[in-house]
Design a protein around this ligand. Structure first.
Ligand SMILES: NC(=O)C1=CN([C@@H]2O[C@H](COP(=O)(O)OP(=O)(O)OC[C@H]3O[C@@H](n4cnc5c(N)ncnc54)[C@H](OP(=O)(O)O)[C@@H]3O)[C@@H](O)[C@H]2O)C=CC1
Ligand SMILES: CC(C)(CO)C(=O)C(=O)O
Length: 308
């Protein structure tokens, strides 16, 4: 399969590496800074599931050079989504399906209205990865789940083909027929995990060891369940329990990508995640006070600046 990764960051470079390792043709469509970094330092993955070094990473900076793309893995941050549209239009015109692995939900509506429903698959990832000072991927816990699936019936055969490909790769890749619900589950989980770790500036261990902080995480999961259900899913108390168990199963030092970004002084996805939840809740007429509070605490750090 001809795979194009837009967003050769912590997540895109990891899954791109695993798919190339499995024999697929993978190209990274990058901007100038990242192209230079990869040229200077090469592209490597340091992973608890096995390292991978690209001999010659296939890096392109213009979309015109890409021929016969089958799949675009879209792995940029939420705040970069609209910048990728000029790249996505021609790739979709050339026949590619787009698999967005961003956290959140609002990007699906934007992509579907810009690219057409047929072109946009559902996707979500569970992985803890980051980039080091050389721009190499550091994947620090065994979890590397890539979930994808059809958002409309016409995509089912493509997703089956993709399943047969990811099954040969060293990742936990799954075609989920009910991917939309699965994306809401992930959104529920990440809103709690990123919200609490970033607002508190602590890792999972602190959530696990403090009763009141655990309770706050549960309240956020509950609010997200109600939000998801107001958009047509059927999440249950069991999903909250499962989300909470997943959070507790992570190593004490593990933390969210948003919190890692805050520690590095980078821009945060707070508007895309907690902000997105607030907008969707307003539209649905439901209250999500705990998420609003986390949003207010994180928002001052959004641009990476240290507040006064
Ligand atoms: N990291 C993690 O553990 C997880 C992340 N996620 C989600 O995955 C998404 C990606 O996160 P992550 O990989 O951490 O982010 P990174 O910041 O590590 O990577 C994003 C990459 O996107 C690139 N990019 C942005 N705009 C463009 C563009 N127009 N053209 C080409 N490349 C572009 C950036 O390049 P440049 O250097 O040029 O800015 C950067 O390399 C987020 O939504 C995140 O929430 C989900 C699960 C886990
Ligand atoms: C919680 C986690 C690590 C799970 O994949 C994640 O999605 C993120 O931090 O962005």
């Amino acid at each position: 399969m001809n795979i194009v990764v837009i967003g050769a960051g912590a997540l895109g470079a990891y899954f791109g590496a695993r798919l190339q390792e499995a024999g697929q043709s993978v190209q990274f469509l990058v901007r100038e800074r990242r192209a230079k970094e990869i040229k200077e330092n090469g592209l490597k993955v340091h992973s608890v599931n096995g390292d991978y070094t690209f001999d010659h990473p296939r890096v392109v900076q213009t979309v015109e050079k890409i021929e016969n793309p089958d799949l675009v893995i879209l792995a940029v941050k939420g705040y970069h989504l609209t910048d990728t549209l000029p790249l996505l239009y021609p790739l979709v015109d050339k026949g590619a399906k787009v698999l967005p692995v961003l956290n959140g939900m609002e990007h699906i509506t934007i992509l579907q209205s810009e690219l057409g429903k047929d072109a946009v698959l559902g996707g979500a990832a569970y992985i803890i990865s980051t980039l080091d000072e050389k721009g190499h991927v550091v994947h620090s816990s065994e979890m590397d789940t890539l979930l994808f699936g059809p958002l409309c019936k016409s995509q089912e055969p493509f997703c089956e083909e993709l399943q047969s490909i990811v099954s040969t790769a060293n990742i936990d890749g799954k075609n989920i027929p009910t991917i939309e619900e699965e994306m809401w589950r992930k959104y529920m989980f990440i809103t709690a995990m990123s919200g609490v770790t970033t607002a508190g500036d602590f890792s999972i261990g602190t959530i696990k060891s403090c009763g009141a902080t655990k309770e706050l995480s549960k309240k956020v999961l509950e609010e997200m369940k109600d939000l998801a259900n107001s958009y047509g899913t059927s999440l249950t108390e069991q999903d909250i329990e499962d989300g909470f168990l997943k959070l507790q199963s992570l190593p004490d030092q593990a933390t969210s990508s948003m919190h890692q970004d805050m520690r590095k002084g980078l821009t945060l996805e707070v508007e895309h995640l907690q902000g997105g939840a607030i907008r969707l809740a307003k539209e649905a007429g439901i209250d999500i006070p705990h998420i609003e509070t986390l949003y207010a605490l994180i928002k001052p750090y959004e641009k990476g600046q240290v507040p006064l």
